[in-house]
Design a protein around this ligand. Sequence first.
Ligand code: CU
Length: 160
Amino acid sequence: MNLNRSRVFIVIEEKMNVMKKFFSLKISILVSASMLIALLGVLQSCTKSSMTGTTGTTGTNGGTNGMGGTAANEVLIQGMAFNPSILNVTEGTTVVWTNKDNVTHNVTSNPALFSSGSLATGAMYSYTFNTAGTYSYSCTIHPSMVGSIVVSPVASTPGY
Ligand SMILES: [Cu+2]
């Protein structure tokens, strides 16, 4: 009786060991596979950002400032919003808007000063702000889309 029980235990223990080995093998395969995928992803994004010129499908993607984000004079129109909604620039800066959405938008100042007209997907519009001030604009197709450009004067060089 006692001997029988311990034999059963041994069998169970052996089975557990086999299962543990099997699982740890499975897990290590999973880990190395996911690491490989991550590595591939990194490699892919590297080649992508170094090939922006030739592919041409993604437009300005990764152009001016590398991985994601926006440049100092760039507004992305995406997700039914202007990003950033408030952009600070200095006098003389040319601001570039790019429509990253799959719907047509426009950039229309209020009061009227500049107007992009319809911007299809991937289309760009630029306007140069030569005078300090705050310029509000919206997309007249989607009036909830609003943004502003805050133009500050260029620091004057001190005279003698
Ligand atoms: Cu719009």
